[in-house]
Design a protein around this ligand. Structure first.
Ligand code: ZN
Length: 468
């Protein structure tokens, strides 16, 4: 105890700070940006967009009639907000939709669980399938298991994801969903059920996409709610202890795939100099089907659009602001890929996406490239009053914009607090009531600030003549 206290004291000692030279002071922020930021903290538009979209359209699964309705809704709303060049850019996808789903333990301790099929799951058909369950604590354990342990069985895979502010557990512990179904199928499994990739203890399964690797036969794949996954683990341990009785599961996951249309919705705030590359902001319009897609990602659309609207209302920025509401993000980033195909060859001044809920922004990263350090540092300085700490000048991320970032397009990352994001993510609990209005306003203020810095000086609209 004493030793660890002493170690903690040593760690807290000021030596590392003394060893560093003091960071250069951040640049002075223009009054016009500070004024826009302060006004954005009173924003009501982001809430209105989020409420209206989640109420009037609701769930918006990629490739469905609901996603098409969402696009029409988006066009009408973006036009009524006064944005320019509002349009839908369609692209074809293969849609996946769920039907009836249920799961029960047949023996030795019969009971029902809660499950949701994962995207691209094969269908069991309405009669379902029955098989013996074999359990693994991690995707790695499944990878190393001999084929004979898996063949003809229903595989269960767990993981140890826990909460983090930056959501990094999702990437690291997402293997059971992303690779698990392909690995299980290769080893001859009948089906796979996983512990939902999430951090809550509600009896809600977390949906999410998986893609069978090329040449791998699709099998039924579903996510159990976390309490049910832990219950199944207990059942497996007790059955083994009680004379090695097999645990038998009856699983029904009905689903359907078909050719469908999706699309991106694009709108702009035209810049004073149309020859300059635009600043792109946005989120994704599609959602999973279990909730109403409030935090994922109506909030992201609403935050970025409300911010762009504030710039537009203040006048004309130097550079065009392009708002993109991407389609079909959840099932494979298809909207982002379509945008990249159409516009990836054109320069962008910067790109940024809000797709991590509606929690407060706590950090700004950017990767604007060589010669733009002063712009990046202005961004850090301008965001600091919102409680946002400067992050890396060599990093940025985003889902739909990921392929563009990977291709070297300059980007900004405004990191939201994701401590509770994976309690709700892809569950029936992703609904409007989970959004904190004050946090949402802080997001709008941050995005407004970012646009005010990156889109260049805003000049008042010239007064229109009476006749033209
Ligand atoms: Zn999302």
């Amino acid at each position: 105890m004493m030793r660890s206290l002493f170690a903690a004291f040593l760690l807290a000692a000021p030596a590392p700070v003394l060893a560093q030279s003091a960071p250069a002071p951040l640049p002075q922020v223009p009054v016009v940006i500070r004024t826009l930021q302060a006004a954005a903290l009173e924003d009501h538009l982001a809430w209105k967009i989020t409420e209206d979209l989640t109420t009037e359209v609701g769930p918006r699964l990629a490739g469905t009639a609901a996603e098409a309705r969402a696009r029409d809704w988006a066009v009408a709303r973006l036009r009524s907000l006064g944005f320019s060049n509002v349009r839908i850019e369609s692209f074809p996808i293969t849609s996946w939709t769920r039907g009836a789903e249920s799961v029960e333990i047949v023996g030795p301790y019969p009971q029902r669980f809660v499950i949701a099929a994962l995207g691209n799951s094969a269908s069991t058909g309405p009669e379902g399938i029955t098989g013996e369950v074999v359990g693994f604590d991690s995707e790695q354990e499944l990878e190393t298991a001999p084929e004979e342990a898996v063949r003809g069985k229903i595989v269960f895979v767990s993981h140890a994801m826990s909460r983090t502010q930056d959501g990094s557990g999702y990437g690291f512990f997402g293997g059971p969903r992303r690779q698990g179904p392909s690995v299980a199928s290769r080893k001859g499994a009948l089906a796979i059920v996983i512990r939902s990739i999430g951090t809550d203890y509600h009896r809600n399964p977390h949906a999410g996409v998986q893609k069978f690797a090329d040449g791998v036969k699709p099998i039924p794949a579903g996510a159990l709610s976390i309490p049910d996954a832990e219950q199944l683990q207990r059942i497996l341990v007790r059955a083994a202890a009680n004379g090695g009785k097999p645990v038998t599961m009856h699983l029904t996951l009905v689903s359907q795939t078909q050719p469908a249309q999706s699309g991106n919705v694009i709108a702009e705030v035209p810049g004073r100099d149309p020859s300059l590359p635009p600043v792109l902001v946005g989120g994704h319009l599609d959602s999973w089907d279990l909730g109403t897609g409030a935090i994922d990602d109506a909030a992201g659309l609403a935050i970025t659009t409300a911010a762009a609207h504030r710039i537009k209302s203040a006048g004309r920025p130097l550079r065009t602001i392009r708002i993109v509401w991407f389609g079909s993000e959840e099932i494979g980033l298809f909207g982002g890929l379509d945008y990249q195909k159409k516009y990836g060859g054109q320069p962008h001044h910067a790109i940024a996406e809000s797709d991590f809920g509606a929690g407060r922004i706590w950090k700004v990263d950017s990767k604007l490239g060589k010669g733009r350090e002063s712009e990046a540092r202005m961004l850090q300085s301008a965001l600091a009053p919102l409680g946002i700490v400067p992050g890396s000048l060599e990093a940025a991320d985003g889902s739909d914009i990921g392929p563009l970032i990977a291709a070297g397009v300059p980007a900004v990352g405004l990191s939201q607090d994701g401590t509770h994001y994976f309690d709700l993510h892809h569950t029936p609990d992703d609904t409007l009531d989970k959004i904190d209005k004050e946090d949402l306003r802080q997001n709008v203020a941050a995005w407004t600030t970012m646009l005010a810095v990156l889109a260049g000086p805003i000049e008042p609209e010239p007064k229109r003549g009476k006749q033209r």
